[in-house]
Write a protein that binds this ligand. Sequence first.
Ligand SMILES: *[C@@H]1O[C@H](CO)[C@@H](O)[C@H](O)[C@H]1NC(C)=O
Ligand SMILES: *[C@@H]1O[C@H](CO)[C@@H](O)[C@H](O)[C@H]1NC(C)=O
Ligand SMILES: *[C@@H]1O[C@H](CO)[C@@H](O)[C@H](O)[C@H]1NC(C)=O
Ligand SMILES: *[C@@H]1O[C@H](CO)[C@@H](O)[C@H](O)[C@H]1NC(C)=O
Length: 397
Amino acid sequence: MANQKVARSAKRPIVPILITFTAVTVVFYILSTPSSGVPELVKTSFSPLPKTPVKNKLDGDSLEKYLYWGSRIDCPGKHCDTCAGLGHQESSLRCALEEALYLQRTFVMPSRMCINPMHNKKGILDRSDNQTSEPTWAGSSCAMDSLYDLSLISKTVPVVLDNSKAWYRVVATSMNLGERGVANVKSLSRDELKREDRYSKLLLINRTASPLAWFAECKDRHNPGAILLPYSFLPSVAAKKLRNAAEKIRLLLGDYDAMHVRRGDILKTRKDRFGVARTLHPHLDRDTRPEFIMRRIEKWVPPGRTLFIASNERTPGFFTPLASRYRLAYSSNYSHILDPVIENNYQLFMVERLILMKAKTFIKTYKENASDLSLTDDPKKNTKNWQIPVYTMEGKR
Ligand SMILES: *[C@@H]1O[C@H](CO)[C@@H](O)[C@H](O)[C@H]1NC(C)=O
Ligand SMILES: *[C@@H]1O[C@H](CO)[C@@H](O)[C@H](O)[C@H]1NC(C)=O
Ligand SMILES: *[C@@H]1O[C@H](CO)[C@@H](O)[C@H](O)[C@H]1NC(C)=O
Ligand SMILES: *[C@@H]1O[C@H](CO)[C@@H](O)[C@H](O)[C@H]1NC(C)=O
């Protein structure tokens, strides 16, 4: 090719600094977002999506077109050393996948996902040993295909990994074609990218997503024209070995109910100017203790049922009081299945999530939807109103 010119972006914006703040805030939403909508997981929930005509041909000079958002999910500017939990990164990934679906392009998937060390503790509930320091999984990132089944994702949105030969070929070709092959764009709506010929015809759209978080690009979710992937999409396309592990555990559980008990980081308090401890979820610590859980779930879970508990509570035996009424099970009961498969906490959570969402009765920590059963009535989203924690029965039905 004669034209060896490397495409350049029209504008090269300076990344704003507000990111530090967001990166910190974002951490507290770890693992929360994806569980919303979990129970509605059904294959048919994808049916409103158009059957995508885009072929995912990985070799040969196909006419396929690509969408690239960057090499890392939510790598906010210079602060790539921190990252959000799985829940936030999944919101972001889903947002990017939706755009690819909308533009009928193959999505270029980052080959690795960053793991926040804060959310990578090897907490095993009910373990009998007495270690003071909690062991942590190794690794600050993991291969994307160790979390997700990319061929399953590709049935809905074609994807290629950004360390694949196919992608290297696309980059080389787009550079050869120059401005006729690639555009580096920023702050353009997906409608503009679809409508305008100068973008829609290109081999590659290299989009600089919001430097705060990719999901910020999907503010427009209520637009009726927007194509949505359900919350349950990414949970349900977990890597095959994770889905298999969940299936084996479910078979052993038999007929079971389940609850997700979020404690850990979300219980944190801070002192106000009078030195009084305040929290964003005033009843949460109380409502997630076994004696309160027992009272709350009584009407939903009959005695004698098998109750699978997924929690980030790390105190050994914390939920044992519930054993007087239920047959309790945790992922630690199935370490013979999980140990050979699980290498980090994100994978463990993905397995637990599959088990939770298929329970006969599933109780969440927060109510996210009118039909949800929840342990607390405190709202999930509260970022401002710091209140004094309540431990009494006051106001309880
Ligand atoms: C709430 O639950 C209903 C019924 O299960 C479901 O159709 C709907 O999509 C859910 N909404 C959200 C926001 O998860
Ligand atoms: C755990 O270790 C602590 C300190 O080493 C000790 O005080 C406590 O009794 C131990 N608990 C059990 C259950 O062994
Ligand atoms: C995408 O654009 C960014 C600038 O916005 C640039 O640094 C990067 O090299 C481009 N990547 C590709 C594959 O074109
Ligand atoms: C899970 O392990 C705990 C001990 O850690 C035990 O009390 C419980 O009965 C086990 N549950 C099942 C379903 O095997």
